[in-house]
Design a protein around this ligand. Structure first.
Ligand SMILES: NC(=O)C1=CN([C@@H]2O[C@H](COP(=O)(O)OP(=O)(O)OC[C@H]3O[C@@H](n4cnc5c(N)ncnc54)[C@H](OP(=O)(O)O)[C@@H]3O)[C@@H](O)[C@H]2O)C=CC1
Ligand SMILES: Nc1nc(=O)c2c([nH]1)NC[C@@H]1CN(c3ccc(C(=O)N[C@@H](CCC(=O)O)C(=O)O)cc3)C=[N+]21
Length: 287
């Protein structure tokens, strides 16, 4: 059997044209959705991701502003900048590109972003909303994964979802979303013993580790849906966390890298920015 490919690029394209219509409607009503990205330091990968975000905003009609700062930018300066953006009613979404330089405390910074503008969904208030089933912002990569599964028609309810990776950015929130969709969820991580014992039972396997091709075909249940979140640059090429060529022969569904989860992450950033603009617009109407 050869797996069906989940074409993230194509799904992202369709979803982005829907978002663009929403943006046009908002603009007619007098609101131009706007995202500000803060980027510190000169990590080439971060600069390249941010470029991708800028391009996607432009195509969707969303205003994007990138504040680029040198590695020496201080935590106090960053907090001050975030406070100014929180107060600025023309800014709907704020994103601080991670990772931050070592001298800046990520928790301090992420807590400072207004939860109403936190389009990454990293603020504790939004994390709490995700746990309690509230209406906060959901992190983009996990949201993109669920959207892909739904639009592809893959059933989640009652399925065993196994997640390899438990980061705040991807692993934990994607598990919570799958649980909210009535999957049975297992988390694996670096201390997990006998990893494949767990992954071999996965109907839906989410690989979010950041180690090139660490999950081999021997860890895949035939017919499973395999979502590869890993983006690893090896010899100038992008490689996922799953051994794609072998796995695609036995899996039911698989996402490629590149062209899988990545384009959906950016699409959900656009989605969250539009959502923030709609919600903040409503607040301003009331005041
Ligand atoms: N496509 C996209 O849109 C995005 C892709 N990514 C990519 O996804 C990958 C993961 O990102 P992120 O979650 O931020 O990474 P982190 O480094 O924050 O987390 C990695 C996780 O993998 C676990 N892990 C490490 N080694 C092993 C092992 N040998 N066996 C099992 N688990 C292991 C860690 O366990 P422990 O907690 O015990 O340390 C940790 O929970 C990266 O390649 C990143 O580039 C990230 C965001 C968006
Ligand atoms: N505050 C914050 N929010 C994030 O969401 C965030 C972050 N920091 N730091 C880094 C990670 C990583 N990430 C990716 C986004 C898009 C692609 C993506 O579009 N990838 C393309 C390939 C792009 C390329 O060619 O380089 C693909 O997989 O097809 C990948 C990775 C978001 N992250």
């Amino acid at each position: 059997m050869t797996a069906n490919l989940i074409d993230g690029k194509e799904i992202a394209k369709t979803t982005r044209s829907r978002i663009k219509e929403d943006v046009e409607q908002l603009i007619e009503q007098g609101t131009i959705p706007s995202l500000t990205v803060i980027l510190i330091g000169d990590d080439p990968a971060s600069h390249s991701y941010v470029k991708g975000k800028e391009r996607a905003c432009e195509q969707a009609g969303i205003t994007s502003v990138v504040k680029r700062h040198p590695e020496s930018f201080t935590e106090a300066e960053l907090v001050e900048e975030i406070r100014t953006l929180n107060e600025d009613s023309s800014v709907h979404g704020i994103l601080v590109q991670l990772p931050l330089p070592k001298h800046i405390d990520e928790t301090v910074v992420l807590d400072e972003i207004s939860p109403h503008k936190d389009v990454d969904g990293f603020h504790p208030e939004n994390v709490g909303q995700l746990l309690s089933g509230g209406e906060g912002f959901v992190p983009c990569t996990p949201l993109g994964i669920i959207e892909m599964l739904k639009l592809t028609g893959i059933e989640i309810e009652g399925k065993h979802a196994v997640i390899v990776g438990r980061s705040n950015l991807v692993g934990k929130p994607v598990g919570q979303l799958l649980l909210n969709e009535n999957a049975t969820v297992t988390y694996c991580h670096s201390k997990t013993k006998d990893l494949y014992k767990h992954t071999l039972d996965a109907d839906i396997l989410i690989a979010a580790v950041g180690r090139p091709q660490m999950i081999g075909v021997e860890g895949i249940k035939p017919g499973a849906c395999v979502i590869d979140v890993g983006v690893n640059r090896v010899d100038g090429k992008l490689i996922g966390d799953v051994q794609f060529d072998e796995t695609k022969e036995i899996a039911g569904w698989i996402t490629p890298v590149p062209g899988g989860v990545g384009p959906m992450t950016i699409t959900m950033l656009l989605h969250n920015t539009v959502l923030a603009a709609k919600r903040l617009g409503r607040c301003n109407d009331r005041s």
